[in-house]
Design a protein around this ligand. Sequence first.
Ligand SMILES: Cc1cc2nc3c(=O)[nH]c(=O)nc-3n(C[C@H](O)[C@H](O)[C@H](O)COP(=O)(O)OP(=O)(O)OC[C@H]3O[C@@H](n4cnc5c(N)ncnc54)[C@H](O)[C@@H]3O)c2cc1C
Length: 322
Amino acid sequence: MSNHIVPYKGSSDLLNHIPTDAQLLVIGTSPGGCDVARLASAAGLKRVTLVSRNGRLPKVQPFKRDLSLETEVETRIRSLEARAQLQPTGKISLSEVLNEFLDLVNAIAPDFSWEEFLNASPDAIQELENDVQVARRSGANWQKIMLPLGVRTPRIWRLLSDEDRHQFRQKYESCWITHRHGMPLRTAEQILEMLKSGFMRIGALRGTVSERAGIFSVPVCLRPGELQIVEATHVVVATGPNYQCTSESENPLIREIARSGFTESHPLGGFNLEPNSFRLKGRPRVYCIGAMTRGVEFYINAMPVLLQQSTEIVHDLFRRLR
Ligand SMILES: Cc1cc2nc3c(=O)[nH]c(=O)nc-3n(C[C@H](O)[C@H](O)[C@H](O)COP(=O)(O)OP(=O)(O)OC[C@H]3O[C@@H](n4cnc5c(N)ncnc54)[C@H](O)[C@@H]3O)c2cc1C
């Protein structure tokens, strides 16, 4: 990897070595990408461009815990679990799950439809401005269902077949991340300021990044209908943790585990696990957690779900030690 391409790992000294006249391209528009924009501003850079598949910023999450919504979400998940139990496979279809929650979304936003929502390519500044206004007023947006859904996501994931899981990842994951990993109002206001001043640009990728004579370039849609080639001298990759646990991994520990045949990699990421557990396949005395469970689990990059995984591991250990 060129030393002008660096991965974002959450450290604040990421841009220390980058000259202030650098043109910075950030791959990733989720909280990690936004954090790089903030670092770029603090480091005195003149401009930063953030790009991703859908070119959407995280939503604003000003809302507090809503107990009645939490009860509603829990009831619906129990109903899905009960329906799955009646099936010989123990699974239910993705469309059944989506309809269950569309119903709940429509109770808050009657005109909402998945298709319209997924095909929309809104102007990032306008969308954020609107989100900030809604958040300042009340925060009563349909997106508030993402809060109670968060820690319950692994339960829903277990009800889906591998095929449906794959479909969800292809079609809905990017939008799910945008809504699930929202940002606080204060951060959103800072981002809006950076966008309005022209310091920060955001766009949807329309091709791959190429490099020639030290200049990176990539086709990006910066505003609906406007395609532009963005050029950069430096690139930060902020696309989240690397889920691939294979012999090609950059992490020496993961690479060694995969190469030695100690356990097997999962085709959808992470390592394979023993059924309904966090034990490594064929290595029942070794547990794994977080990014390494990505193939079997889905939602693995937030503290509450990691806490849940650790609790399950501790319970399993105690059961076995008794
Ligand atoms: C900008 C940003 C904002 C976020 N905000 C939130 C939030 O508000 N709420 C929330 O719940 N989550 C948030 N997250 C996500 C949260 O930080 C992650 O889900 C969490 O840190 C993942 O924890 P982890 O222990 O699985 O992995 P990590 O935090 O990545 O820890 C892995 C550790 O393993 C070490 N390691 C790696 N390889 C080796 C090796 N070979 N040998 C020894 N050690 C090794 C690493 O150095 C690191 O210390 C945010 C993430 C980002 C980037």
